[in-house]
Write a protein that binds this ligand. Sequence first.
Ligand code: ADP
Ligand code: MG
Length: 403
Amino acid sequence: MKTIDELLTEGVEGRRVFVRADLNVPLADGVITDDGRIRAVLPTVKALAGAGAKVIVASHLGRPKGAPDPAFSLLPAAERLGELLGAPVAFAQDTVGPAAHEAVDGLEPGQVAVIENLRFNAGETSKDDTERGEFADRLAALADVYVGDGFGAVHRKHASVYDLPKRLPHYAGYLIATEVGVLKKLTEDVSRPYVVALGGSKVSDKLAVIDQLLGKADRILIGGGMAFTFLKAKGYEVGTSLLQEDQIPAVTEYMARAEKQGVELVLPVDVVVAPGFPDLKTKAPTEHTAVAADQMPEGQLGLDIGPKTGELYAAKLADAETVFWNGPMGVFEHPDYAEGTKAVAQALVDSNGFTVVGGGDSAAAVRTLGFDENAFGHISTGGGASLEYLEGKTLPGLAALED
Ligand code: ADP
Ligand code: MG
């Protein structure tokens, strides 16, 4: 994989460089609530602009349906990028149309333009190679060189991630180079004990990684929504908690395999339950109680690991040499259900080992709960991407940069 350093050595003065970034930031009423992903691409954009490139930054945001939708405009991200760069950033109100060409044609060396949300064009995410290829051709017409730096999207076989680099000289940006370096450390010669904490809500996405980690990790701590599929598999009642019944056989097999291979698969011993899902907008106080994991009341749902589990997981993390954490332990967006996530985050902060946080929401949790990012070894910008890498899958966006 050629990196941006090689590109800078070749020289970029006056060349149009397309940077596929991941500016898919969380927004609340049009306001960015966490700009971590924008800050993550700054080194690449600054280096290119500083070397006199005409920089075109592109990204997706959310899941618009293949057509322009103002609710998913990239404009707020472009504005924030400009603030962070301390320089004006041009914004094109289309992706490959006249506005994009005008914005790019208007760039002087060292200037930056952002084009509109790539997913406003159905070709970006199309499963049809021809349709994707056509969009990639039109994107390629905007630029001379491609720099891949949208780590959070490299597991997607999308036009700007997979097809475009095949059409232009291509390089990995600093973010992708860093992320891949960290993931290599987790897969090759990992320092032990290697402890993995998994939570979040995307249960089916995350169960697959356990399969792979059973052969790698020394300890796996389970929290978040997926914990309930495990607890149910153990025969406990889980009320109205998040549950994937169809995964119970898989989970049962994981538990048996963990036992056989001497991998500690640790489940919550207590959980915080409530009669309903909390209001994340008002964050109004809720009725909630901590109960033993095998005593969950009917009709209530588990929204966080309990305090005993928080302590248990902190103890299980204390001697780790390597930690990978993906997925909040509870619905941390509401203060009544943030304690479990805080306990795990604090254990990583206290750890002397190499700690990696992966996942958009996990990274946002760390920041919004007031932890110092620098207290972690690495905060990854890509949840799905890092999980698929750890699963041993080929990531289209990395494969395209390799060729
Ligand atoms: P990441 O983005 O870090 O990969 P996910 O997207 O998988 O994480 O999950 C994050 C979401 O999981 C958060 O919005 C959080 O509220 C939710 N979550 C955590 N625990 C639970 C739970 N017990 N029930 C429902 N949702 C949960
Ligand atoms: Mg998420």
